[in-house]
Design a protein around this ligand. Sequence first.
Ligand code: CAA
Length: 395
Amino acid sequence: MDFALTAEHELIREMAYKFGMQEILPGIQERDREARSDRQILEKMGQAGILGVSIPAKYGGSGTDYISLGLVCEELERADTSARVVMSVHSGLHSLTLLQWGTEEQKMRWLPKLATGEKVGAFALTEPNAGSDAVNLRTTARKDGDSYILNGEKTWISLADYADQFLVIAKLAGDHPKPVFVAFIVDRNLPGFSSRPLKGKLGVRAGNTGQIFFEELRVPADCLLGEEGDGFKIAMSALDHGRYTVASGAVGIITACLDACDSYCKDRKVQGEEIGRKQLVQQMISNMVAGRDIGRLLYYQVGWMKNVGLRHTREVSMAKWQNCANAFKAANDAVEIHGAYGYSDEFPVERYFRNSRGAMIYEGTHEIHTIVQAEYELGYRCDKPLSKTLPPVEP
Ligand code: CAA
């Protein structure tokens, strides 16, 4: 077992760290206050090659392994959650799922433009009445000659206003003994598509989230991903990739909390000594360190499983569940350490507190992952080998 990151990993981590500090952090306080997302950051991510991380070179990506994607997410979220969300949605939920399930023709058609950021991809599963209970979704796809006609609406869709194409999960219309799920790549320029931003979010205010609508939207049959009936598996395997990016990003929030607390603990003096000398403060710092280091081990393991082509639904659920809970706890403690200053956006920790809360809801709530872990342990749930996996990475 080799826990060491390679020289290439270190270079990628450094590149993502610098990108975060130079391109994301400046102006984040204003963008967060004004709930304004900056489309240019997305374009710069494409230019920097960030959107092609973990996509094989033959499809226009960097050809780096899946641990690299985790490292990028960690460093981007250290700067701001909104940037990591782009990776979760564009790279994890959309591009990697296309890599896993697409035909060779579909991969050649879409991945090169996604890898450079020429096109932006997003994921559309959740509906007003289907969040955790994803099987309850109501968007329908009606077969009509060489096309399918989509009707329905999706909500809480990250990049709803920016994405060029969406991985949409629907149900085949008509009477079937059990629901037939289908997955499509849907171009936003098709007639019948519309979107609307969601306002008033608690966190990730510098990110774009919205609703999308399909009204008699005709999507060509060659945009069907997998076969009819594969749609739910495609959605769940997309979440295997998305949850990996959320889990690794959560470690970045903990690191950001430690960065902020490190300087505050040494600047702020109480009773003549730095507050970092106080044992109750030290306890909170130690918990953050444990969350960061355990969190890395959890997501490195998932990255390794992706590299060798193993199914990792259980392990990624564990990493996402624990890392997001630890990130929220770290942010809460970071606010505590900053006292009244932590309650103001003069310091970044209140943003970390709001941003980290969302990750305990999206891509599987804290409760869903809690239940799933118990079900695995008790034998009520087990993972069968998959018919389609990501291409393993050459060692
Ligand atoms: N990969 C491939 N196949 C999978 C799979 C995976 N990861 N997980 C499950 N499957 C397969 C199963 O093998 C099973 O196949 P068979 O019928 O052949 O046996 C089938 O899919 C059904 O799986 P389950 O029995 O596990 O399904 P379930 O109904 O028990 O799942 C659940 C329950 C785990 C709670 C699931 O519904 C779930 O994860 N819900 C949460 C959904 C979620 O995270 N939504 C957030 C989306 S984020 C978003 O939309 C916003 C955004 O922009 C980011």
